[in-house]
Ligand binder design. Structure first.
Ligand SMILES: Cc1cc2nc3c(=O)[nH]c(=O)nc-3n(C[C@H](O)[C@H](O)[C@H](O)COP(=O)(O)OP(=O)(O)OC[C@H]3O[C@@H](n4cnc5c(N)ncnc54)[C@H](O)[C@@H]3O)c2cc1C
Length: 269
């Protein structure tokens, strides 16, 4: 899509996309049950027959389609590796993201670029840290500065909402000093940033792990029709008839992408 139509962003932020999908599903009579953690996939006569929820209730089903991380799915099936033969082992050295959301006073200047990438001054150091060979955030991380021209992101035209993203190793424990370093790097793209900064909020790999169940907050790698098919996701069937695995976390090309050179193709941005 990007090659054909160019890059795009969602007006109102990515949450607006989730809301649009949610409303469309309601119109198609999909029922949602929120705050209902699944603790077990119920098996009956050798096939998936429903899910057990944290409150002890069960929901019967003809098929169970699980959109969760492989490690979560294993827990739900009593630790059994439920994926089919030839499945890839758990991934190591996979990237996550550190996102820093900035609330700025003052309007977004006319003609501001939507996206600016501030490249690392030391690419080798960044790659070594990303793929687990050296711990911690690089001294000069690559920072993507997003400044969308979207009035729905601010209370009025006298403010600006800016998002900073950094590709970091999964499991990275982010300190306040790390966040400050990322903000300082962004000053190169946003003159007067410190004077304009009202508040900021950081979303770390730990936050991603908590929200999604992805180990260490690892971001699912894209499925790509390249490299002889080695970057594609495996089939979504499992060893348990009636249970299917879907979504970005289904089993990212973990094994499919075992070498550093391979992983470097899709990360950092
Ligand atoms: C910071 C960040 C930036 C990203 N940037 C991009 C990008 O620019 N482009 C791109 O294409 N992709 C990007 N991605 C990846 C993309 O967001 C994911 O691939 C996609 O959201 C995966 O969707 P999903 O539905 O498979 O899983 P998720 O969105 O992770 O949904 C899984 C859901 O399962 C729920 N869950 C887990 N365990 C249970 C349980 N036991 N019971 C009930 N519910 C449970 C979780 O709460 C969660 O809601 C990014 C991801 C992150 C974190």
């Amino acid at each position: 899509m990007e090659q054909t139509f160019g890059t795009w962003s969602v007006r109102g932020g990515l949450r607006a996309l989730a809301t649009a999908v949610y409303e469309r599903c309601l119109a198609r009579r999909v029922e949602f049950v929120f705050d209902a953690a699944v603790v077990r996939i119920v098996e009956k006569d050798g096939r998936a027959a429903g899910v057990e929820l944290a409150d002890g209730t069960t929901a019967d089903a003809d098929f169970v389609v699980a959109g969760v991380a492989p490690t979560v799915l294993s827990r739900l099936t009593s630790g059994v590796n439920i994926r089919s033969e030839g499945d890839v082992p758990a991934r190591t050295g996979m990237p996550s993201r550190l996102t820093v959301l900035l609330a700025l006073s003052g309007a977004r200047p006319e003609g501001t670029p939507h996206r600016t990438v501030l490249h690392s001054a030391d690419r080798q150091d960044e790659l070594d840290r990303l793929f687990g060979e050296r711990p911690g955030l690089p001294a000069s991380p690559t920072v993507t500065v997003l400044r969308p021209d979207d009035p729905e992101l601010t209370p009025d035209g006298a403010h600006e909402a800016v998002t900073l993203t950094v590709t970091v190793p999964a499991h990275l424990e982010v300190s306040p000093a790390d966040v400050e370093r990322v903000i300082s790097r962004a000053e190169a793209a946003i003159p007067g940033l410190r004077e304009r900064l009202l508040w900021h909020e950081a979303r770390t790999p730990a936050d991603i792990a908590e929200a999604t169940g992805a180990e260490g907050g690892a971001v699912p790698a894209p499925a790509l029709a390249a490299a002889g098919g080695s970057l594609l996701h495996p089939a979504n069937s499992t060893r348990l008839p009636g249970l299917f695995a879907v979504g970005g976390l289904v089993a990212t090309p973990a094994a499919a992408c075992p070498t550093r050179a391979c992983r470097a193709r899709w990360s950092p941005d």
